[in-house]
Design a binder for this molecule. Structure first.
Ligand SMILES: NC(=O)C1=CN([C@@H]2O[C@H](COP(=O)(O)OP(=O)(O)OC[C@H]3O[C@@H](n4cnc5c(N)ncnc54)[C@H](OP(=O)(O)O)[C@@H]3O)[C@@H](O)[C@H]2O)C=CC1
Ligand SMILES: CC(C)(CO)C(=O)C(=O)O
Length: 304
């Protein structure tokens, strides 16, 4: 297949390397108008993949069979809308990111949309991408037209296993949202690795209770206990991780809070529900983010 990967960061390079090794024709799509991209990945078994691919070629894009989007959530809709007019109308677009809300933002896109979440872990170390841990990627339809693309799960599984297809991907997306509503803001505020959250059981329980109520109203059967069990397992299996939000805050990058806790608050509001613990966490992270984003634009550090 001919595949364009939009966003050549940690996950994007991992996919470019994996798809190329499986015999697919790939190109990267970068924010900067550059005709090539370097992919440098150290695999979980220590093997090194080092290759230069073409990038930002509109002809390749116009003939692509798949657009794989590995951007941060807040980068997705602007970038996808820019490429949509060049992309064939039948070409599926697979969104792989943390957080939710991009499917709503891309409602008017004519192409088939797919969405997914992954437990693979990759991080950048200078010019290298380190594939830290293997995992499972869950994908499924993000709009009506996306229903016809379950065969992609099989194809992608051969490149980067494990891959699972879900006719209702929203349940998997919500479970990942619950994990991110707990781990990301708490680790960013306590400045700690995921495992340290073991000492914050009360707060974790309160967050799960609020998420469970919103999920139920969204039509996904769950309970605070189920979510707590699921989130606690992720905290244990990623105990040494520095969450993506804490990494963003440490280097003063825009976070994905608007698509994680922010999305939860938006759905809670739509159902007339109050989620005070998550609201407070959202405000705390936004305050932190605003402080460094204001100072980098030269604006005063306070609104007063
Ligand atoms: N890394 C991981 O292990 C995991 C990541 N995720 C999620 O997957 C998503 C991607 O994560 P990750 O790969 O780590 O993120 P990265 O920040 O490493 O990658 C995103 C890349 O997209 C580039 N980019 C930004 N805007 C554009 C644009 N308009 N057009 C083209 N490229 C652009 C960025 O370039 P630049 O920096 O120059 O702006 C960057 O290279 C996130 O939602 C993350 O939370 C989920 C599970 C695991
Ligand atoms: C699962 C978790 C919390 C792992 O760190 C993650 O998705 C993130 O850091 O964004």
């Amino acid at each position: 297949m001919k595949i364009t990967v939009l966003g050549c960061g940690a996950l994007g390079q991992l996919w470019l390397a994996s798809l190329f090794k499986q015999g697919h024709e790939v190109q990267g799509w970068l924010r900067v108008p550059q005709p090539f991209c370097h992919v440098n990945v150290i695999e979980t078994d220590g093997s090194v993949f080092n290759q230069t691919f073409i990038a930002n070629d509109p002809d390749f894009l116009a003939n692509s069979d798949l657009l794989l989007v590995t951007l941060k959530a807040w980068q997705v809709s602007g970038a996808v809308k820019t490429l949509a007019s060049t992309l064939p109308v039948h070409c599926p677009i697979l969104l792989l990111h943390n957080g939710m809300g991009t499917l709503e933002e891309l409602r008017t896109i004519p192409q088939p949309l797919l969405s997914g979440v992954t437990t693979h872990a990759a991080r950048r170390d200078g010019n290298l991408i380190i594939h830290v841990a293997n995992g499972i990627t869950h994908i499924g339809p993000g709009n009506e037209a996306g229903n016809d693309f379950s065969f992609l799960a099989d194809m992608l599984h051969h490149a980067l296993p494990e891959m699972a297809w879900h006719n209702d991907i929203q349940f998997a997306n919500w479970k990942k949202l619950a994990v991110n509503c707990v781990i990301n803001p708490l680790t960013a505020l306590y400045n700690c690795p995921n495992g340290e959250l073991r000492h914050h059981q009360f707060e974790i329980t309160e967050i799960c209770q609020e998420v469970a109520v919103v999920m139920e109203r969204e039509g996904h059967h769950t309970s605070a206990e189920d979510l707590l069990y699921y989130v606690s397992n992720v905290i244990e299996s990623t105990a040494a991780n520095i969450s993506s939000m804490l990494q963003d805050v440490r280097v003063e990058r825009h976070t994905e809070i608007d698509y994680i806790t922010g999305y939860l608050l938006q759905r809670a509001r739509a159902h007339g529900l109050s989620v005070p613990v998550n609201s407070r966490l959202y405000e705390q992270i936004k305050r932190k983010e605003n402080e460094y984003e204001r100072s980098s634009t030269g604006l005063p550090g306070s609104w007063n």
